[in-house]
Design a protein around this ligand. Structure first.
Ligand code: NAD
Length: 477
């Protein structure tokens, strides 16, 4: 692995026109790599390269496209140690989680590689005088703009279905965590992906990101990130009349009914808000607990929080640092706000005492109790290891509180009553519902938001629909 990176265009690194920027280890603030700062001309070169590769890739036999993506899955697995280490150095998360992300990335290429030759169209019955059929055609150049919380996994999540369907891509990774996406592009060529099919331009959002979204050669945009940037990108896309997939934030409810298996609730709900130190869009950050079991559930989670280890991701702690200095400022600001709003701090509430962690962006796992759902800490996405425990007394109230947010990305339901599980799942305004295991699902299960959490779907066969456009051919015979 390198310590100096440049945009990856047309199958090779090229020197960025915008100079360089640095990326730092959030565990200690040290510079880990110098990265070429992509600007408009770099984006233009990347889009042109993708355009040149477009027809060749779209016309490659789907089974062969699939084989290349399957090979890429294996190449990722063969490089898992180095990729995981790089991801952890760049975004701070525990090494075991980075290993998990490399495997998930490999699974995306495996799943969609396997689907490449199964993207059937339909025949439409119009009677004996006509033959009508549909073909799922790629858009062409897809522009991906991605965030910093799970860089490799999110790049794979978008690229795998897009490339499987015959599209070509230009990726703008987050400026804070560009390294594994650049490695992915290099490894894809090693796996046999033709030059130009996958290009990566690191850089800042207002430079490389804006240039990509505005580029006339980009035929569809896939964005994962914050609501504000998503909304801005959707407006630009609207002016250009190109489709967009938006995967935005969340403030997901995780509802504990009194008949639930409380051991499982405590285990899984802990992961639900502390995975990647809470920097997960679908994190279960509002724990709605029935009043009969409220104290019991809170006590279990407080005990778990007291035992949690914090440290550099390479040491495999329960919680690594937050990925960026800005995120650290944001999260610690919400810790103060929660107290001002009248919530009780049952665990955490600040930064760790350990002097060895002072230079990193570490935050204690924090549990606020007696939270009212109208408080800002319950309504706004914090994107850190912060849980709001909210009390309810009956099913209707639980659903009302769960839905009382601008977001609708994910929701958890804990109950042993089958009817209640399905009834409540049906009432939740949420793109996905996990019953009796938070984050249940995989690369196979469609993922996306209701309401301000975005639109379009990633993952599963559904994602292929978003990376293809239907052509209907009707013949008078
Ligand atoms: P962000 O919106 O600040 O940045 C995301 C990307 O957009 C970055 O690459 C950035 O450089 C780029 N960008 C910024 N301004 C731009 C502009 N004007 N034009 C084009 N590109 C621009 O988001 P973030 O803070 O990096 O990520 C955190 C957010 O992402 C959270 O809200 C989280 O919930 C969300 N997220 C959602 C999902 C999901 O699948 N729904 C997954 C992960 C993260």
């Amino acid at each position: 692995m390198l310590t100096s990176y440049q945009p990856f265009v047309d199958g090779a690194p090229v020197t960025a026109a915008g100079g360089t920027f640095t990326t730092r280890n959030p565990a200690d603030g040290e510079v880990i790599a110098e990265v070429g700062r992509g600007v408009g001309t770099d984006v233009d070169a990347a889009v042109r390269s993708a355009e040149r590769a477009r027809l060749g890739w779209a016309r490659t036999r789907p089974a062969e496209r699939g084989r290349i993506l399957l090979r890429l899955a294996e190449v990722l697995r063969a490089n898992a140690d180095e990729l995981a280490r790089l991801e952890t150095l760049d975004n701070g998360q525990a090494l075991v989680q980075s290993r998990g992300d490399v495997e998930t990335a490999a699974r995306y290429f495996e799943f969609f590689g396997g689907a490449a030759d199964k993207l059937h169209g339909e025949t439409i019955p119009l009677g004996p005088d006509y033959l009508s059929y549909t073909v799922n055609e790629p858009f062409g150049v897809i522009g991906f703009v991605l965030p910093w919380n799970a860089p490799l996994q999110q790049a794979a999540r978008g690229l795998a279905p897009a490339l499987a369907a015959g599209n070509v891509g230009v990726v703008k990774p987050a400026e804070d965590t560009p390294l594994t996406t650049l490695e992915l592009a290099r490894l894809a060529v090693e796996a046999g992906l033709p030059s130009g099919v996958l290009n990566v331009v690191p850089g800042y959002g207002h430079e490389a990101g804006a240039a990509l979204v505005e580029h006339p050669g980009v035929r569809k945009i896939a964005f994962t990130g914050s609501v504000d940037t998503g909304s801005l990108i959707a407006r630009t896309a609207a002016d250009r009349l190109v489709p967009v997939t938006l995967e935005l934030g969340g403030k997901s409810p995780n509802i504990v009914f009194p008949d639930a298996d409380l051991d499982a609730v405590a285990r899984s709900s802990w992961i639900g808000f502390t995975l990647k130190s809470g920097q997960v869009c679908s994190a279960g950050t509002r724990l709605l607990i029935h009043t009969d079991v409220y104290d019991d559930v809170v006590a279990r989670l407080v005990t778990r929080a007291a035992a949690a280890t914090l440290g550099p991701g390479l040491e495999n702690p329960d919680l690594g640092p937050l990925a960026t200095a800005a995120q650290f400022e944001k999260v610690t600001g919400y810790l103060k706000l929660g107290v001002e709003e009248g919530a009780t701090v049952a665990a955490g509430g600040g930064v760790p005492d350990d002097a060895a962690l002072r230079a990193g962006h570490f935050v204690q796992p924090t549990i606020f109790t007696e939270v009212d759902n109208t408080m800002r800490i319950a309504q706004e996405e914090i994107f850190g290891p912060v849980l709001c425990a909210i009390r309810f007394t009956d099913d209707d109230e639980a659903v009302r509180i769960a839905n009382d947010t601008r977001y609708g990305l994910a929701a958890g339901v804990w109950t042993t009553d089958l009817s209640r599980a399905h009834r409540v799942a049906g009432q939740l305004e949420s793109g996905q519902v996990f019953v009796n295991e938070y984050f249940a699902g995989g690369v196979e299960t469609p993922f996306g938001g209701f309401k301000s959490s975005g639109y379009g779907r990633e993952k599963g066969f559904e994602a292929l629909k978003h990376y293809t456009q239907t052509k209907t051919v009707t013949v008078r015979v």
